[in-house]
Design a protein around this ligand. Structure first.
Ligand SMILES: *Cc1c(COP(=O)(O)O)cnc(C)c1O
Length: 394
């Protein structure tokens, strides 16, 4: 059966199209830097592209290529490009599409380093960036300039959980011939498939949901068209942003349970969001599954589920947040997200600490905002944990 016809959970188990000549049921780790040519002519054919034989692991490797095909199948794209980390994927996209004199429009509330690298490094290479609340479609239209070469979106936004309308924003960018890249880390292809909604490129920190076990750092880009795929791949290979075969093996293993992990964590998240929303010490909760979320309807249309990430603010602001983070016993106080374990963190002093205070406030990243990544523990235990920690706030 062609894997295109399979449901996503079947693709997660059987996708990637690897057939081991010795019959291994799992994808082996081809832990080699280089590959032997049959003879000089074969080597020449590999380099010219007449043969698709392997040459060198930075360029291609059977374990890594299997993971690339798997994620491309999940995202309905032409091809995947694996990177050493999520930031390797982000920088491959920036390096491929942005040249001196170009301009990028980006969501204001993005992963901290995705913004910081534009402000602090690409700016020095003559590349300008405008950060807007991309959940405001008109703000996106107004930010576009004649030299805009990329619309870069994160939805749900990090850590504010706003939703950007991918169909509307892609249409605006495409009117001007501008490619759209979406960081899909917060949803994973299990919940959102941006290429089907108009995006040209989707990227992931697979460190998060796709691997899901807090034991690998890894990234992936998927392009909708072959020409874009070829350009991105060339930059990844020559910049040395490549993945290692052992990383690929671990992510392939982790990805098999993506669906059941998210289903379970999402059920937990819904209950926890409702619990927090009704708690007297909580100022607000932002979770796409709550009716109180400003883009609840858009989330329902664009995503297959509201996900497992939520942010909230305590009435006591940062001080109350600190008490909560220091008193939870089951949730782990750590950055990252999308794993089997529940994590809690404070963006203003942690993941977004290098973003300027002014930019943070403009992006609604308030000092008291707490980010909570729901895991697959028993939800009653997670709620009791929050309950006892919230009780410590006076
Ligand atoms: C973690 C993260 C990244 C960066 O990924 P790394 O694997 O840590 O390099 C990029 N975008 C989002 C949304 C993330 O959460």
């Amino acid at each position: 059966m062609s894997s295109e016809k399979l449901g996503i959970n079947s693709k997660l188990i059987h996708g990637g199209g690897f057939k081991d000549p010795l019959g291994s049921a799992t994808v082996p780790i081809y832990q080699t830097s280089t590959f032997i040519f049959d003879d000089a002519d074969h080597g020449a054919r590999c380099f010219s592209g007449e043969s698709d034989g392997y040459i060198y692991t930075r360029i291609g490797n059977p374990t890594i290529n299997t993971l690339e095909r798997l994620i491309a199948e999940l995202e309905n794209g032409y091809g995947g490009i694996a990177t050493s980390s999520g930031m390797g994927a982000v920088n491959t996209v920036y390096m491929t599409l942005l040249n001196q004199g170009d301009h990028v429009v980006s969501s204001a509330a993005v992963y901290g380093p995705s913004r910081v690298v534009l402000e602090q490094k690409y700016s020095k290479l003559g590349i300008e960036a405008t950060f807007v609340d991309t959940s405001d479609t008109e703000a996106v239209r107004k930010a576009i300039r004649p030299n805009t070469k990329l619309l870069y979106i994160e939805t749900p936004s990090n850590p504010t959980m706003y939703i950007t309308d991918l169909v509307a924003c892609s249409a605006i960018a495409h009117e001007q011939g501008i490619p759209v890249a979406v960081d899909n880390t917060f949803s994973s292809p299990y919940l959102q498939q941006p290429l089907d909604l108009g995006a040209d490129i989707v990227l992931h920190s697979m460190t998060k949901f796709i691997n899901g076990h807090a034991d690998v750092v890894a990234g992936m880009i998927v392009a909708r068209e072959k020409s874009m795929y070829t350009r991105l791949r060339g930059i990844m290979v020559n910049m040395g942003f490549n993945m290692d075969p052992h990383q690929a093996f671990l992510v392939i293993r982790g990805a098999k349970t993506l669906g059941i992990r998210i289903d379970r964590a999402q059920q937990n998240a819904m209950k926890i969001a409702a619990y927090l929303e009704n708690h007297p010490k909580v100022e607000w909760v932002r979770y796409p599954g709550l009716e109180s979320h400003p883009q609840h309807e858009l989330a329902k249309k664009q995503m297959k589920g509201p996900g497992t990430m939520l942010s909230f603010e305590l009435k006591g602001g940062l001080e109350a947040g600190k008490i909560l983070m220091n008193n939870v016993k089951l949730a782990i106080l750590a950055v990252s997200l999308g794993g089997v374990e529940t994590l809690i963190q404070h963006p203003a002093s942690m993941t977004h600490s290098k973003v300027s205070t002014e930019a943070k406030l403009k992006a609604d990243i308030t000092d008291g905002l707490v980010r909570y990544s729901v895991g697959i523990e028993d939800v009653d235990d997670l709620i009791s944990d929050l309950d006892q920690a919230l009780a410590k706030i006076i």
